[in-house]
Design a protein around this ligand. Structure first.
Ligand SMILES: Cc1ncc(COP(=O)(O)O)c(C=O)c1O
Length: 401
């Protein structure tokens, strides 16, 4: 008799668990045992959702219309508000019918591949990448083709590198700026070149703009279909309320594309999810149609912590990190430090390093392997200032021992 897990589909067996969630869970377990763990694993703002958004949701709970099924593509008023917000924030003009509300940006990413990928089709992903992209491609039957980027090139991909990996089977490119985990923000000219390259070869671009408002001085966010309009014919914009409004748990994102793609996406969703939670959609409506004040306040806190973390990390021998231009992560190289023993042992990469560091120093780091970059770890600065200093101090003391 074969074991039941052998009977699971090949697709499922090909994907791994989310490493970012795994490290957060490990930190939670240790805390439950009474350990004082400092976690740099968070992929979410450490702020509450602004009160006006929570109040709108509370009110919606007693409105009977939220108790019933609603359209699979999203509440019409939210689709209209997202279209309006997109014009306000990135200058992209779309009709409400081109917006489909999803269960978070993650669902929009997942459905993008379901919409575009046939078995064996290739999707180009630039490493270090957000851990979900390759797995979502595999779940759609596609093949992720990874372009490995280096810090000496500012982690930016060039058209030459994309061209080198393009094949007859390439159907799509995943583009993200600001980038998780590197914090890189693409300059406009680089985006124009990438957009033109994709349009020339009929390649779809899934452009992930979830960190659009979390950007620091000296950098500017651009939306790919705005700076390279030729790309829009084959483009899906992914976005959501999670990071901008501290709403990760509400699970509201969206995708924007042509009316045909949006229609197809809503058909998929009608079988997959029916509608997205109505109460969460009302909360998202209050978010996107309201002010950005809370987002600005959060960004100020992130900006301060970013400088502190960047400075402290670079003071640890064998550790180096570029200053992030967007999002809330430092992506630090431990490659030099891994050339000598850590805690008396030679380690094979950052996966082992993060295990030793959480067990010995009680500090949670997300290993670079989760993002296709061994030797690196991602450290989120979405945590309190004191914890940040304490955590990096512990890490430094442990590594210097
Ligand atoms: C680059 C990127 N895209 C999309 C998402 C998905 O966000 P959510 O599903 O919470 O809206 C995340 C979350 O970590 C992310 O980092």
């Amino acid at each position: 008799m074969t074991k039941p897990e052998k009977e699971l589909s090949e697709k499922v067996q090909a994907v791994g668990p989310s490493a970012t969630m795994a490290i957060t869970n490990r930190a939670r377990e240790l805390r439950a045992k009474g350990e004082s763990v400092i976690s740099f694993g968070a992929g979410e703002p450490d702020f509450p959702t602004p009160p006006h958004i929570v109040e709108a949701a509370a009110k919606a709970c007693s409105d009977i219309s939220t108790h019933k099924y609603s359209p699979a593509a999203g509440l019409p008023e939210l689709r209209a508000a997202v279209a309006e917000k997109t014009k306000r924030d990135s200058g992209l003009e779309v009709a409400p019918e081109q917006v489909v509300i999803t269960c978070g940006g993650k669902h929009a990413v997942y459905n993008s591949f379901q919409l575009l990928v046939n078995p064996g089709d290739e999707v180009i992903i630039v490493a270090p990448y957000w851990t979900t992209y390759p797995e979502a491609v595999i779940l759609a039957g596609g093949v992720p083709k990874i372009v490995y980027r280096k810090p000496e090139n500012d982690f930016l991909v060039t058209v030459e590198e994309l061209e080198a990996i393009r094949s007859e089977k390439t159907v799509a490119l995943v583009f993200v700026s600001p980038c998780n985990p590197t914090g890189v923000v693409y300059p406009k000219e680089a985006m124009v070149a990438i957009g033109q390259w994709a349009a020339k070869h009929g390649i779809w671009v899934i452009t992930d703009e979830i960190y659009e408002h979390i950007i620091y001085e000296g950098s500017e966010h651009h939306s790919l279909p705005v700076v390279a309009p030729e790309v829009f014919e084959r483009c899906i914009v992914v976005n959501g309320v999670a990071k901008t409004y501290a709403m990760t748990g509400w699970r509201i994102g969206w995708l924007i594309s042509s009316p045909e793609v949006a229609k197809a996406a809503s058909i998929i969703q009608s079988h997959q999810t029916s509608n997205i939670s109505n109460v969460s959609q009302v909360a998202a409506l209050a978010a996107v149609s309201g002010p950005l004040d809370a987002a600005v306040e959060m960004r100020e806190a992130f900006a301060r912590r970013r400088l502190k973390m960047h400075e402290m990390l670079n003071q640890i021998e064998g550790v180096s990190a570029a200053k992030p231009q967007g999002a809330f992560y430092c992506f630090a190289s431990f490659e030099e430090r891994l050339k000598s023993p850590v805690g008396g042992k030679m380690l094979s990469g950052s996966a082992e390093l993060s295990e030793v560091v959480i067990d010995e120093a009680k500090v949670a780091l997300v290993p670079g392997e989760a993002f296709g970059a061994s030797g690196y770890c991602r450290l989120s600065f979405a945590l309190g200032d004191d914890d940040l200093v304490e955590g990096i101090t512990r890490l430094g003391n442990f590594l210097n021992d």
